[in-house]
Design a protein around this ligand. Structure first.
Ligand SMILES: Nc1ncnc2c1ncn2[C@@H]1O[C@H](COP(=O)(O)OP(=O)(O)OP(=O)(O)O)[C@@H](O)[C@H]1O
Ligand SMILES: [Mg+2]
Length: 522
């Protein structure tokens, strides 16, 4: 009965809509005074006859700045609600672990739901606005939204509890179905073409975890506790008046597991990764826009921060050869070229990056980790890595024995072996990265057993030790030679000085003598 009534009402609605359509066409032929009356009363009639309320939920909020979280939650809720199985046109969009297919309503599809006796209709809508500019890829602007229609007598129920229920449920389903994503930023030039998104993504399927990460167990536990504290710290952060974000600086030589640790963090927290390529960002404004377009529960990564940009903001010095150019035309060409090159180059500055990390904009949204990695921590500007921006500094260093044990367990499934003692001694004496240790531990053929792999590692460690020793000796010899050379030069100098002094003295003496002699003679 309710369904029949609902359909009846929606038919009344469409009749009214048709009437409005005809009215707009013939509006100009109706006398002005009559038009005023008609418009005033038609609204009253519509309100009287059509007792339905509509609410729209747009995909983008704030002038397309940010994708609406509510829209996303509604989409997830609707794709999972039983009523959606009756919809005929569905869109497949996410496939979790290549197993379950996630479907959502296609454009202009409608589904009906009931909530505490109230009947409501969800419609997914889209409208296209064509941009005026002529280009090879016409930038048509698709705007999507969901429209919820219900009887006005249920307004309190729907706005009070139903929408809240939909959003909460949608978010919970999203967490359950969550497929982690790895994003990378598109070049700023592509934001306005047919590829309008700032970030592109793929499914994140890195298998690294904290169990497989080889490092000092104490340090590892400390990091895990820190992450836990952060994840559960929403109330704490709001209490202390700080944006809910945390900065990590991972530093250490190449191959010590910095990138691996980021993957382990993402898998542990179930956060998406936004791998930010700074050189593709045009300027500070675009950097801000990228930040705003990231979702909550995410890790924003800038790898090799020391090489990403010249963050001192100094311009390149003029090339010397250009100074000598006499030809006017050539000079102009060079200037134009340099201007174009400069334009292409990223103009992100240190202050832009600092603002990105902890400026006012960084508080939009929450639950974000910002991770920087570098091989040379000393090269970084102190302002960039001060606490508050980079709250936790983590040094990933050469492989210690504890880290080796984790790798041995990962690669060879062993906890102990009689060769472990020897390896322990060698690791204490030699610097070898976990990447190199792992490479030596990995069996390269089916006939290689545990013992062979461990022996291979011992051999590599001994070789590394030998090399390090040779290098140290060479370095020492070089230093010694330099020192000797310096001393030699010094002694030569002082000798020369002595000679000069003696020479002078003898001359003086000679002169004196000469004078005397002369005096005597004369
Ligand atoms: N601590 C570690 N635990 C487990 N595996 C490691 C560790 N460190 C390195 N590896 C192994 O070595 C490889 C290289 O490590 P990774 O890429 O994380 O190094 P990195 O510190 O990021 O190096 P770079 O500074 O060159 O980027 C990884 O594929 C991983 O298998
Ligand atoms: Mg790396």
């Amino acid at each position: 009965m309710v369904a029949v009534m609902g359909e009846l009402w929606s038919q009344v609605g469409s009749i009214i809509a048709s009437f409005m359509f005809v009215y707009t066409i013939f509006k100009d032929y109706i006398p002005y005074e009559l038009r005023g009356y008609l418009e005033r009363y038609s609204h009253k009639v519509v309100n009287l006859v059509y007792p339905y309320v509509q609410i729209t939920f747009h995909e983008y909020t704030g002038e397309r700045f940010k994708r609406s979280e509510v829209y996303g939650a509604i989409r997830t809720y609707l794709s999972a609600c039983p009523a959606s199985s009756r919809a005929k046109r569905l869109k497949a969009h996410d496939i979790k672990d290549n197993k379950s297919l996630i479907l959502s309503m296609d454009d202009n599809e409608e589904i009906t739901e009931e909530f505490h006796g109230a009947k409501l209709w969800w419609t997914s809508c889209k409208y296209v606005t064509k941009s005026q500019s002529f280009s090879f890829y016409p930038a048509s602007d698709e705007k999507r939204y969901y429209r919820l229609t219900f009887h006005r007598r249920y307004k309190d129920l729907i706005t009070g509890s139903y929408i809240n229920h939909v959003v909460q449920e949608g978010k919970a389903i999203a967490v359950r179905n969550r497929q982690l994503k790895l994003y990378t930023n598109n070049s700023s030039d592509d934001w306005h073409g047919y590829k309008r998104t700032k970030w592109s993504h793929v499914a994140f399927e890195h298998p690294a975890t904290f169990q497989t990460l080889a490092m000092d167990p104490k340090q590892k536990e400390e990091i895990i506790n820190d992450l836990d504290k952060f994840r559960l710290g929403k109330d704490y952060y709001s209490k202390i008046g700080k944006a809910w974000k945390r900065g990590y600086l991972l530093y250490g030589p190449p191959g010590t597991g910095k990138s691996t640790m980021i993957a382990a963090m993402a898998n542990y927290l179930e956060y998406d990764i936004y791998d930010l390529e700074l050189t593709a960002v045009k300027d500070n404004t675009d950097l801000k826009k990228l930040l705003i377009d990231t979702s909550n529960k995410s890790i924003i990564v800038i790898e090799d921060i020391d090489c990403s940009l010249d963050l001192t903001g100094q311009r390149n010095k003029k090339k010397d050869d250009e100074k000598d150019e006499d030809d006017e035309e050539k000079k102009k060409d060079a200037v134009r070229k340099r201007f174009e090159e400069d334009n292409k180059k990223s103009k992100v500055t240190l202050s832009g990056l600092l603002n990105f990390i902890d400026g006012i904009w960084s508080a939009c949204g929450g639950e974000r980790l910002i991770v920087f990695t570098t091989n040379y921590v000393d090269k970084l500007d102190p302002a960039l890595i001060r606490r508050g921006r980079m709250d936790k500094h983590i040094e990933l260093s050469y492989c210690c024995f504890e880290a080796f044990k984790v790798l041995a367990n990962n690669y060879l499934d062993i906890d102990s072996h009689h060769l472990f003692e020897k390896i322990k001694c060698l690791l204490e004496e030699t610097d070898m990265t976990p990447a190199d240790v792992a490479e030596n531990l990995m069996p390269k053929s089916v006939i290689e057993d545990v013992e062979t792999c461990l022996k291979k590692l011992i051999e590599a460690l001994e070789m590394a030790k030998e090399e390090a020793k040779k290098k140290a000796e060479e370095e020492e010899a070089k230093l010694k030679a330099e020192k000797e050379e310096k001393e030699e030069k010094k002694s030569e100098k002082s000798e020369k000085q002595d000679v000069k002094c003696n020479g002078n003295v003898s001359d003086e003496v000679k002169e004196e003598n000469g004078v005397k002699e002369n005096g005597v003679i004369t």
